[in-house]
Design a protein around this ligand. Structure first.
Ligand SMILES: *Cc1c(COP(=O)(O)O)cnc(C)c1O
Length: 382
């Protein structure tokens, strides 16, 4: 069907875009928990909405097509997708994880899965030798996130995956920041791709959702068993909203990325900005690797305004961006990692990782870039 088409075409013609029964121009919202058995000997395709629902199924098939994987799964949040996937592991297993992994994933590993005796080693994955050195006899999986948050460090996906495969390890990757528009990890050998669809995929700051895609059917069956067994499914209305949001992914991402590149260049040209982090900048240490594995640089730019005092001034003075946690929406979102996403991290650890008191993270939305720059200019002045 849509396998040979360009990404933008797949976004619109993904297979479920026309309702088979009525020809309706969007997937119907099957607001039902259960399904009638016409004939007890021939159970219907869907029998109970935790185990399967046609609206959710359309979304799950959609993300599988976009990521180039076999099976897709929709969960009640990004963390719901991530925690369900981690439960592929058992007590006594060990997993190697990107050191600057998403805060919620860090908490899941260190305060919940640790109680179930699933062990974690966090490593700086910009250095493959450190990944290799973390291998133990009970290592079962490698979990990547690239670019990482908030300093946009790059992991060489193909290199880590090739090494992991040679040791029989499962590979998982959180693709939230890039989305399948920019980066398709399954093509680079990753086994399971995960998303907080709350961000760019949904794109409108109005749905909380998670997605997972497996590279093959066997893993798909295991994830299905977890999704159904744990009951971590996405609701029907939210499934429909997410499909609606995803149709404009390319239009939104490409617009925001163009603006993000301009923002990064503008910030780099200012003398009063200590550091700018964006994989598209010529001096970004991971740029070459990123360009090998991704078709773009995304819409998130982090920058250091020099001090916590100044960061708070900017946060209080900006008029256009939402000042909030989260990212990846039509409206720009300005976050303050030191007091928001990374507040729980000890001060020294934060400093070491470049998450200084002056660091701000800008998720560029769809406003005109000239207005965003003018707003930021007035917030940085005075
Ligand atoms: C937001 C986010 C998550 C968690 O997703 P929720 O939908 O908030 O549960 C996971 N990974 C990354 C990179 C995120 O930005």
């Amino acid at each position: 069907m849509s396998q040979n088409k360009q990404f933008g075409t797949k976004l619109i013609h993904f297979g479920g875009e026309i309702d088979k029964t009525t020809g309706a121009s969007s997937v119907p919202i099957y607001q039902a928990s259960t399904f009638h058995h016409e004939n007890i000997y021939e159970p219907p395709e869907f029998d109970y909405s935790r185990s399967g629902n046609p609206t959710r199924q359309a979304l799950e098939d959609y993300i599988a097509v976009l990521e180039g994987g076999k099976r897709g799964f929709a969960f009640s949040s990004g963390m719901s997708a991530i925690s369900s996937a981690f439960l592929l592991l058992s007590a006594g297993d060990h997993v190697i994880v990107t050191e600057d992994v998403y805060g919620g994933t860090y908490r899941l590993l260190t305060s919940i899965l640790s109680r179930l005796h699933i062990e974690t080693t966090f490593v700086d994955m910009t250095n493959l030798d450190l990944v290799k050195a973390a291998l133990r006899p009970n290592t079962k999986a490698v979990y990547m996130e690239t670019p990482s948050n908030p300093t946009l460090k790059i992991t060489d996906i193909a290199a880590v995956t090739a090494w992991a495969k040679s040791h029989g390890l499962l590979t998982l990757l959180d693709n939230t920041f890039m989305t399948p528009y920019h980066q398709r990890p399954i093509e680079l050998g990753v086994d399971i791709v995960l998303h907080s669809a709350t961000k760019f995929l949904g794109g409108h700051s109005d749905v909380l959702a998670g997605l997972a895609v497996t590279a093959d059917d066997a893993l798909g069956r295991q994830v299905k068993q977890l999704q159904n067994g744990l009951g971590t499914v996405l609701g029907v209305q939210d499934s429909w909203l997410l499909i609606r949001g995803m149709k404009t992914l390319e239009a939104r991402m490409s617009h925001s990325e163009t603006s993000a590149a301009k923002l990064a260049a503008w910030l780099t040209g200012r003398k009063d900005i200590a550091n700018v982090y964006y994989p598209g900048l010529i001096d970004h240490p991971g740029r070459d690797i990123h360009e090998k594995q991704s078709r773009g640089y995304g819409a998130v730019v982090s920058f250091d305004v020099g001090s916590g005092e100044r960061a708070k001034q900017v946060l209080n003075r900006v008029e256009l961006p939402l000042v909030a946690v989260s990212l990846g929406a039509v409206e720009s979102i300005l976050s303050y990692p030191a007091m928001m996403s990374h507040a729980a991290m000890p001060h020294e650890v934060r400093q070491e990782r470049g998450i200084t008191d002056g660091l701000l993270r800008f998720s560029v939305g769809l406003e005109h870039i000239d207005d965003l720059l003018a707003d930021l200019n007035q917030a940085l002045s005075g």
